[in-house]
Ligand binder design. Structure first.
Ligand SMILES: Nc1ncnc2c1ncn2[C@@H]1O[C@H](COP(=O)(O)OP(=O)(O)O)[C@@H](O)[C@H]1O
Ligand SMILES: [Mg+2]
Length: 251
């Protein structure tokens, strides 16, 4: 299975939310690893209730002997085999990091996992580009609005120039904007592989340090993530925009 990077042009569209919850759902299909590659502004650990990671990706990038200790195993009800490599919250730890080592680290982990998901920084800085170039395919997360779509279009263009394969678009915070999905597919030139609805459960669960897919696996928003995971593993599922959502709150 390929290494999949979760990217976006615009910030704050929900990459970390998608990376965390997609990984939980993928872990039901095979051993999964999710890596916080947003080393400048990391927050994947907060989704899994890991406070301040003692050993992190930054230690592994500095000295590969720390790699084993940087892997946190999430073992809970409603999760398969899921491991997380968080990044460090310490600004000091960012100094003298050789991000180029990321590709080697990912290569060395590939044989241990069925799925590897990379949570990537927004935009096209080197912090975003190196993880994208270390992946086999990228998924571009958007919100159904024009600025997120036009920024995603730029990511698509750079991906094409850099020979990075685009697996598809993930529409997050969907509230029934069907037409925006058609527009996004045409503007970005990729298919929609997931539609994740707006749900207050996402933030509620995040505040508790548990992904919604673990805390409320039967909620509608968790089922959106399951459908996305199925699409990624290659099941024949149809991802179709549905009409106006009647209830925005309460899932
Ligand atoms: N589907 C959703 N419904 C409601 N809130 C969401 C949803 N997805 C993300 N959010 C909220 O949006 C904010 C940004 O999400 P995050 O995943 O950190 O974005 P990014 O990683 O792209 O910066 C968070 O407060 C998160 O709880
Ligand atoms: Mg993020």
């Amino acid at each position: 299975m390929p290494v999949i990077a979760i990217c976006s042009g615009k910030g704050g569209v929900g990459k970390t939310t998608v990376a965390a919850n997609l990984s939980v759902m993928l872990s039901k299909f095979g051993k999964t690893l999710v890596i916080d590659c947003d080393i400048a502004l990391p927050n994947l650990h907060t989704f899994f209730g890991i406070e301040d990671p003692l050993v992190s990706l930054l230690d592994a990038l500095r000295d590969v002997n720390y790699l084993e200790d940087s892997i946190y195993r999430i073992r809970a009800k409603n999760v398969g085999k899921l491991d997380v490599i968080p990044a460090s919250t310490s600004v000091k730890a960012l100094e003298e990091i050789d991000m180029e080592k990321l590709k080697e680290i990912i290569e060395s982990l590939k044989h241990d996992y069925d799925f590897i998901i990379l949570d990537v920084a927004a935009g096209l800085s080197k912090y975003a580009m190196i993880p994208m170039l270390s992946s086999d395919k990228i998924c571009i997360v958007i919100n159904p609005e024009k600025t997120a779509i036009s920024d995603a279009h730029k990511v698509r263009k750079i991906a094409d120039i850099s020979d990075i394969a685009v697996r598809g678009i993930i529409v997050n915070r969907y509230k029934g904007e069907k037409k925006m999905i058609d527009y996004a597919e045409k503007a970005i030139g990729a298919e929609t592989i997931g539609i994740i609805r707006e749900s207050k459960l996402i933030t509620e669960c995040w505040k508790e340090g548990v992904p919604v897919t673990i805390k409320k696996p039967d909620s509608k928003v968790s089922k959106d993530f399951l459908l996305l995971a199925k699409k990624i593993v290659g099941s024949k599922v149809e991802v179709k925009p549905y009409g106006k959502l009647r209830y925005i709150l309460g899932w």
